[in-house]
Write a protein that binds this ligand. Sequence first.
Ligand code: NIG
Ligand code: FE
Length: 416
Amino acid sequence: MKATLLVRNIGELATPIGRAARRGADMSAIRVVADAAVAVDVETVVWAGPASELPRLEGPAPEVVDAGGRSVVPGFVDSHTHFVFGGYRDEEFYWRASGLPYMEIHARGGGIASTVAATRGATEDELVASGAPRLERMLELGVTTVEGKSGYGLDLETELRQLGAMRTLDARQPVDIVQTFMGPHSIPREFSGSPSAYVDFVAREVLPAVKERGLARFCDVFCERGVFELDDSRRFLEAARRLGFGLKLHADEIVRIGGAGLAAELGATSADHLLKASPDDLAAMAAAGVVATCLPITAFSLREPYADARSMIDLGLAVALASDLNPGSCYSQSIPLAAALAVLYMRMSVEETLTALTLNGAAAVGLAEDRGSIEPGKLADMLILDAPSYRHLAYNVGMNVVGTVIKRGKVVSVRT
Ligand code: NIG
Ligand code: FE
């Protein structure tokens, strides 16, 4: 066996196993190996297991990273963010803090619309410059793959610019970026009161341009009462599917309108938020193999009840956890906070939480084949924790326990 990197002296290796989302009870069946080692060839894991069983390495000596008896877990896949945007909405945060509901601000022309104005006014270079430090922060927190959505342009030019900024950022730094086109994120003022006309415009003018330039792998829609109702959402997603995009939905976040059921009907890759999803629709998602992505920091920030992740897992769903980083409903990329909320308030076990942040996150962006776990054949995206056990991921409430980040077989971040 040949290796370019050997991670040794791992006190506890903890990882889900598999090349697809883990569902239901399988979410807690992680592999835990004491006194472990991991061998990597270039960017791929070639061996992982008890150090005493490590095969002899041939060829030039590998670079050795000593984990110092600490725990190693897979890199996190943050499968739902809106990290490229112009401006901030701190004023709105304080309105919400004093009781004004998120959707009321939205209806009054604030909310997403104010970020749209700021993003339309930003150059691609400015979007790159403001996005870069957010990615740096994610990497320190252990995120090795992130999904990023457009949806703060709501016109052809700005949507392409937002996606272009993500493409530039993808090439410039270690975190892999999976791009999602979210034209139907809100109804722009040019189409005020006419969501259907806006969806027609997006499907006719913007979707094909995104496709032609290869700027997105997924399409997403804010399927919500008063924004894009079921029919408009379905029409957009069907158009996206015809062009070969994978599908995602912001579903049943504020009002139960059946977005989760639509995700099941269309065979979406994931349906996200799901705070108000009906048990029948969740069961339909489980049957259709749609990943349920929970975004606890958004519920926390909006003072909404958390998604019922416990029932979802008990129903046999694959649950993923993501940050939802965005300038409005959730200005945070804190994976540590998401993990703590999942364990303390959503009644997920820490093993389920680990699976939700890694392999199931990868499945939510269609990449479970090549990442999300530490096993032969997978990308060597790994975290050495500043802790002896993966259990510290939630136990050390809200704190970053990630010490060293290895991305594609290279040490890319070391916390000193
Ligand atoms: O996932 N709900 C819609 N979209 C985002 C919020 C975007 C914003 O407030 O800017 C979300 O919460
Ligand atoms: Fe979102």
